[in-house]
Design a protein around this ligand. Sequence first.
Ligand SMILES: *Cc1c(COP(=O)(O)O)cnc(C)c1O
Length: 233
Amino acid sequence: MSIIRDNLETVKANIEAACARSGRDSKEVTLVAVSKIKPVEMLQEAYDLGCRDFGENKVQELVWKYDMLPKDIRWHMIGHLQRNKVKYIVDKVYMIHSVDSLRLAEEISKEACKKNITVSVLVEVNVAGEESKFGTSTEEAASLVKDISELPNIVVKGLMTIAPYVENSEENRLYFARLKQIYVDIIHKNIDNICMEELSMGMTGDYEVAVEEGATYIRVGTGIFGERQYTAV
Ligand SMILES: *Cc1c(COP(=O)(O)O)cnc(C)c1O
C-alpha cells in the first residue's frame, strides 16, 4: 500500500481526463512533483514510481536534495529566487520558473556565462495582480521577455503563474486563459532568441482547469505527497 503511488495514479488519470475534455494530447503536459519540505525518502519513492521532474522553492533544499538523489532528475526552481543565490543552482536546475525581473535574469545570465552553460527560464506573471505575489505585471510581461532575450546564455521558454487560492477552481480559469493569451501575443511578436513553448500553471487545487486552458507544466505538491507540515521543520 503506497499513498504516493495511489496519488500519482489519481493525478495522472485526472490529467488524462482533462486532456480528453479539451482535445489535448497528455504527452504535452509534464507533471512536476513539488517536493518542498518533504524528506528525500518520499522523493526517492516518487522517483521509483517514474517521476523525473521535481519542483523545489528553496535554494539550499534544492542543492542538498540534488546531491542525494539520482542525477537524471530534472530540477525545477519554482520559488522566489534571490540574486545572491543564483550561483548555487544555475548548473543544477533544468528550468527556473520564477524569473520576474531583468536584474534577476542578468544575474542568471552572468553566472551561466561563467559556467559556459545556457539556462532555461520562465517569466513569472502575476496575472491576478495579487499584492502578496511575486511576478511581473501582465502589462510588462512582453517587454521583460524581450529584454531577457537580449542577454547571453539564458533562454526564455515560456511563462509561469501562481493563481490565487480559491475554493472553486473554476474561478481561476480566466487567469489561466489570460496567461495563455499573453503567451500567444508574445509568440506573434517574433522575438529572436526565445523559444516560447511552456506554460507553467496549475497546482493541486486547480491543475485540471489549467490543463484545459493549455498548461504544459503543472506543479502538484499536496496532491502527490500529502499536506505539508511546516511546523516540524
Ligand atoms: C508549493 C507550490 C506548488 C504546489 O502546491 P500544492 O498546492 O501543494 O500542489 C506549486 N507551485 C508553487 C510555486 C509552489 O510554491
